[in-house]
Unconditional design. Sequence first.
Length: 210
Amino acid sequence: MPNPTLRAATVRAAAKRAERAARQPNEPETTPAASAPTPRSGRRPGLLGAVLAVLVVLGVVAGAVLGWSYRDAERTAQARTAALAAAQKAAPAILSYDHRHLDRDFAAARAHLTGPFLDQYGKTTKTVVAPTAQQYRGVVKATVAKPPSGDAAPAASVVSASPDEVVVLLFMNQLTTSTQVATPRLDLNRVRMTLVPTPQGWKVSAVDAL
């Protein structure tokens, strides 16, 4: 006959094991990380398109800037050549006169002038130059200086240039005769001329004696 004490101990041990099993939470089944699908980002194609668009815009802007710079440089070079030639032609006319035909000389000079300087020249020649030239029978013949050999270009150069304005420095010889001097007097002068483009070509807008 089974021992009642042993049977009771066995029952209690089984009950404790069942109680402990009931207290442990059920662990959910886990899926290995390797088996989970890797999500793909949708941002990369959009970002690449934006970068390409920026590069295209930068290329267009760079091309436009280079094209504008080239055209501006070409226009400036043309302005330098045209204004320098105009200055060499205008300087002798502006700085020369003869008391025997002042109206003709002044009219020839005004053809090279423009802007406020044209009005200033007209007033100065009328109120100062003409009376003095007539009183002393003055004759002034101005030429752009050249080296003694005469082979080199006239002494004229561009100081600054842009498509809208060119400044030219000229070395001038002015031979003056009048009743005030016993023999003709030669003056060596430096003249700075500012020229601007007009519908009739490059004209002198300022003259400064240096």
